[in-house]
Design a protein around this ligand. Structure first.
Ligand code: SF4
Ligand code: SF4
Length: 219
């Protein structure tokens, strides 16, 4: 049951900052912000911060704002590009680039690229990388894809009850630790990259960032 933004919205953007899955968007000239019902995880953080009480759970939307339910869904139908996941060749190049960076700083890692649902496309474990890094890298990428944001941003919220509940529900596959980054095409998620094996989590992040050079070269 996703949340819905009604026409009471005054466009101040306050809710965007608190959404843990980055599913609140608008576009230039639009009268309000909108929530993607396919992504919203029902955490109610946006409702709490909205200064004008413009946000409701879909089942609680007042009758006079009922049209907002479809208005939110329709915004994303119109503005989300229909694109496929990261191509296989691109995914391998990203893994390769992340590992090349790891080599340059003297560490051995596993790098993984997953699709928008968190399913692996390419996973590469370097010689010398610990076996557990394989699962960890995939889990970091899965987490970034599931939450639509960098896993480092989740680390600070790891103790929040809503996140702990989700971690249990996902049977440990959610890893709120740095080293997972989302791959966007516009506002559409097309996958995520995860890296594990650095002695410091910052090294995993740098390897992820190195992988993105492949996408920059493609544009
Ligand atoms: S309920 Fe939570 S996940 Fe849904 S839009 Fe609001 S902040 Fe985002
Ligand atoms: S916090 Fe409320 S008023 Fe501000 S952008 Fe979000 S829905 Fe609109």
């Amino acid at each position: 049951m996703p949340y819905v933004i009604t026409s009471l919205c005054t466009n101040d953007g306050a809710c965007v900052e608190v959404c843990p899955v980055a599913c609140i968007h608008t576009r230039p000239g639009a009268p309000q912000f909108y929530i993607d019902p396919d992504v919203c995880i029902d955490c109610e953080q946006c409702e709490i911060v909205c200064p004008v009480d413009a946000i409701f759970k879909d089942v609680d939307v007042p009758a006079e704002h009922a049209a907002s339910i479809d208005a939110n869904a329709s915004f994303f139908r119109q503005n989300k590009a229909v694109v496929g996941p990261v191509a296989f060749e691109t995914a391998w190049e990203m893994v390769d680039r992340a590992q090349a960076y790891a080599t340059s700083i003297g560490i051995a890692v596993t790098a993984a690229v997953v699709d928008e649902a968190g399913v692996p496309i390419a996973v590469g474990r370097m010689d010398g990388a610990a076996p557990r890094t394989a699962e960890l890298a995939v889990s970091k990428a899965y987490t970034a894809a599931a939450f639509h944001l960098a896993t480092a941003d989740l680390a600070a919220q790891a103790r929040q009850p809503w996140l702990r509940s989700l971690i249990v529900a996902h049977r440990g596959r959610l890893v709120p630790a740095a080293g997972g980054l989302v791959i966007f095409d516009g506002i559409t998620i097309i996958g995520a990259v995860g890296v594990a094996g650095g002695s410091e989590s910052e090294q995993d992040v740098l390897c992820c960032q190195a992988a993105f050079a492949v996408l920059e070269g493609a544009h």
